[in-house]
Ligand binder design. Structure first.
Ligand code: GLU
Length: 398
């Protein structure tokens, strides 16, 4: 018997998680796989954050259900971070803490969308945006950025894609998977378009806020008139190496925060009490460990960029943030090693996994089937080895 819902069948399995599972399976079978598929920091959570979690356990005060939206002092600390560093006047009442930024986005979409509504997704996009729109029974409208424009969608493209059914525009900056970072000027142009339409909200995914090599980070919610229009999404996984702790949050106008609390109250209740205390320590202490990690990511970006350039037929932008490359590998489509032919980006990734023991994610899941995603949240030694293996096996194709 198989009676899964039409809703479930309307979207694909998460490609990032699927490739990570495949890499794990190969590893368990004894293969020396280098996993560049999952966007997961290879650093450990900084010690003072772990210490705060231990203290929370030892205090005996954090075993009960927390409030659905998160602990009051944690919400206040998150609001203060946005007031001080991002120049957005959020208060604790605007914050909802969830089980990772993915749940934050899911809450918002489920709370705000009706069947038939349209959501403009800047493409290439993070794999779950499209699935969560479909889960909400709304319609994804992809607007494509091109590699020539650093994969950035322009305000005029957004304007052209808006219809009377458009309700939400979603993007990440720094972007997963392309590493592109919107400038203030570009965000202002998008904000100007949004403000011509009174029913359109923006979901601004800022999860890679700290992993930004431009030295300039702008929250679209800080631009004039955008506070009321924006759901800011952020979390601790990337900037603080806390993927497993599962702490994400939104900052949004109170009516949206309240709607997300209602949704979350029926889905998962509050997020893990101990993880919240750990994240409170992270957000209220200085950013030195984060900045050290960012410096390391920046070095790795340079290394990978230069090594990718040495592989013939691979075309890449120069990412300004996050920890991904999203190169165009389509010049390999149609080529063969005599045993098999690479028809598309799925074949390319399977070829890499089976022949080079390097796991990557096919770009179709991010909206561009000419590309593949490579995460450089891995050690320098692994990155050098992976790129050397990739170059070697690709040289066998013609
Ligand atoms: N956001 C990460 C990635 O894109 C984590 C995996 C996921 O949840 O999709 O690889």
């Amino acid at each position: 018997m198989n009676q899964v819902s039409a809703r479930l069948n309307s979207f694909e399995e998460s490609a990032t998680l699927a490739m990570a599972a495949k890499a794990r399976e190969f590893k368990n079978r004894g293969f020396d796989v280098i996993n560049l598929s999952l966007g997961e920091p290879d650093f450990k959570t900084p010690a003072h954050i772990c210490e705060a979690a231990k203290q929370a356990i030892d205090s005996g005060n954090y075993f009960a259900y927390p409030p659905v939206a998160g602990y009051a002092d944690f919400r206040e600390a998150l609001a203060e971070k946005y007031r001080k560093h991002n120049h957005v006047p959020y208060k604790a009442e605007n914050i909802v803490v969830s089980n990772g930024a993915k749940q934050s986005i899911a809450n918002a979409m489920l709370a705000l969308l009706n069947p038939g509504d349209e959501v403009i997704i800047f493409s290439p996009y993070w794999v779950s945006y499209d699935a969560l729109v479909k889960l909400s029974e709304a319609k994804p409208v992809l607007v494509n950025g091109s590699i020539e424009n650093d994969f950035k969608v322009t305000a005029s493209q957004v304007e052209a894609a808006i219809t009377p059914k458009t309700r939400i525009i979603i993007f990440s900056s720094p972007c997963n998977p392309t590493g592109s970072v919107f400038s203030k000027y570009e965000l202002q142009a998008i904000a100007n378009v949004v403000q011509k339409h009174e029913n359109i909200l923006v979901i601004a995914d800022e999860i890679y806020e700290h992993i930004n090599f431009t030295g300039d980070f702008i929250s679209i919610a800080s631009l004039p008139g955008m506070f009321e229009r924006t759901i800011t999404v952020n979390g601790f996984a990337k900037g603080f190496a806390m993927t497993g702790w599962r702490i994400g949050y939104i900052a949004a106008p109170k009516w949206i925060a309240d709607a997300c609390v209602k949704m979350q109250g029926q889905l998962t209740s509050a997020n893990c009490s101990i993880a919240q205390r750990a994240a409170l320590a992270a957000i209220t202490s200085d950013l030195a460990p984060t900045l050290k990690m960012v410096e390391e990511y920046k070095n790795r970006r340079e290394i990978v960029y230069n090594l990718l350039k040495e592989i013939p037929g691979i075309k890449s932008n120069y990412p300004q943030g996050a920890f991904y490359f999203f190169p165009d590998v389509s010049s390999y489509f149609g080529k063969t090693d005599g045993k098999r032919t690479i028809q598309n980006e799925d074949d390319f990734c399977m070829f890499m996994l089976e022949e080079a023991m390097v796991s990557l994610v096919p770009g179709g899941a991010f909206g561009d089937p000419n590309c593949i995603r490579l995460s450089y949240a891995a050690s320098e030694a692994d990155l050098r080895e992976a790129l050397s293996r990739m170059k070697q096996v690709l040289s066998r194709l013609n």
